[in-house]
Design a binder for this molecule. Structure first.
Ligand code: AMP
Length: 390
């Protein structure tokens, strides 16, 4: 099904409400990574250039809905935008019920949508109120497109015209590229803390990739099928599912050795062990050297790579080697690579490999759900809006 692209519309002089994903890490009022802001700029710049009246909204963090809390305010992002868009007038609005008119070519940034009661539950009244702010609604927040909320879904249902921004289009195009006729062999690397959050994607990936490498806390649950893995993080309730998945799919690869420590601490020393040697006071925190060698070889031989999640506790220097080796192997592969997810982006920054990954998705949950083949609510809304308006 089709969705409308922003560049198909005449937006000059129109009130254009853009739902961006400006959910960036902020510490003491200072933006720690501007990756998501930068990814949102092409759509905003285009709308300004076309002399639209540009209204921007986004969520930031997880405030208690309906309650203002300074640390979740979009004000630091407004300050950042003031520097980028110094050539035009830019305003900030705390109060959605008292919004001033702006002129063509100007910007208005709205406060965190999650301060509004009804945002998370896709409240109809709130969705309608958002839609009344604009002539055209532009959905560009790919990272939130798997959420059926008032600012990502409901607003589009009440808008006469809803379309996709350039970031959303680029995410969809690149993710489809990997799912449709990928150059083989294809390897997927799935890391992270808990298997429960990635079980669906693993189930899907074993069918579409030639190899699926599992790392991090996720791999621990697979190791716990046959071994006593001491204090390691794992989810016992998933062992029987993990066992079935592993038995059915011989392309699912799990570690053959691990780096273990006695304490979950930044200064902990690493010891390499095979699973059967792990003591009850030890916990797995990274790949061992034989595993690294084996998996780096698989990556080297692949032509298409999907990557989500660190394969160890990369925050601790002694348990970073697995994630670093995997990240660098992906970066050095000349094939098509795609990476997504919050911690994956931090790893990419840590090892300065941003320019060596073919496509970096801004989505975490949305990235995974798209690859799983789920219909994302925001995309469904855009498809339906196009149908109503032809
Ligand atoms: P996720 O948000 O699920 O992608 O998980 C990322 C987090 O998983 C990172 O903070 C890692 O430190 C953590 N992680 C990776 N491997 C392990 C492990 N073996 N034990 C505990 N935490 C881990």
């Amino acid at each position: 099904m089709k969705i409308r692209n922003l560049n198909e519309l005449n937006i000059t002089g129109k009130k254009v409400l853009i739902r961006c994903d400006l959910n960036v890490p902020i510490k003491d009022g200072i933006i720690q990574s501007d990756a998501r802001i930068l990814a949102s700029l092409p759509t905003i710049k285009y709308a300004l250039q076309k002399k639209a009246k540009v209204i921007i909204m986004s969520h930031l963090g997880r405030p208690k809905e309906g309650i203002y809390e300074k640390k979740y305010s979009l004000l630091p992002i407004f300050e950042y935008f003031k520097k980028i868009f110094h050539y035009t007038k830019i305003y900030f609005c705390h109060d959605y019920s008292n919004i001033n008119e702006i002129n063509s070519g100007e910007i208005l940034i709205l406060e965190n949508v999650r301060f509004n009661l009804g945002e998370l539950k896709n409240n109809k009244k709130l969705s309608k109120k958002y839609s009344e702010l604009c002539d055209i609604f532009v959905m560009d927040a790919f990272g939130s497109s798997h959420r059926k909320q008032a600012s990502t879904y409901g607003v589009g249902k009440f808008s006469n015209i809803a379309c996709a921004g350039f970031l959303l289009i680029s995410e969809i195009t690149n993710l489809k590229k990997i799912l449709k006729n990928p150059k083989r062999p294809m390897v997927a690397i799935v890391g992270g803390a808990k298997v429960s959050t990635k079980f669906n994607i693993l189930n899907k990936l074993v069918n579409i990739a030639d190899f699926v490498i599992v790392g991090g806390g996720i791999a621990n649950t697979f190791l716990a099928i046959d071994y006593n893995i001491g204090k390691s993080l794992y989810e016992p309730e998933y062992i029987s599912e993990a066992k079935k998945l592993l038995k059915k799919n011989n392309n699912l690869l799990i570690p053959i050795d691990s780096r273990v420590g006695r304490n979950f601490s930044c200064s902990e020393k690493d010891i390499v062990k095979i699973p059967s040697d792990i003591n009850k006071n030890e916990e797995i925190m990274d790949f061992g050297d034989k595993t690294i060698k084996k998996f780096v070889n698989v990556i080297k031989k692949s032509n298409t790579i999907i990557w989500n999640g660190p394969v160890g506790v990369f925050e601790f220097p002694n348990f970073r080697k697995g994630t670093e080796s995997i990240a660098k192997a992906i970066a050095n592969n000349p094939g098509f690579s795609i990476a997504g997810g919050g911690d994956t982006l931090s790893v990419i920054d840590m090892f300065c490999i941003k320019n060596k990954i073919s496509y970096i998705s801004t989505g975490g949950g949305a990235f995974l759900e798209f690859i799983e083949g789920k219909k994302l609510p925001a995309i469904q809304m855009l498809e339906e809006n196009l149908k109503i308006n032809i």
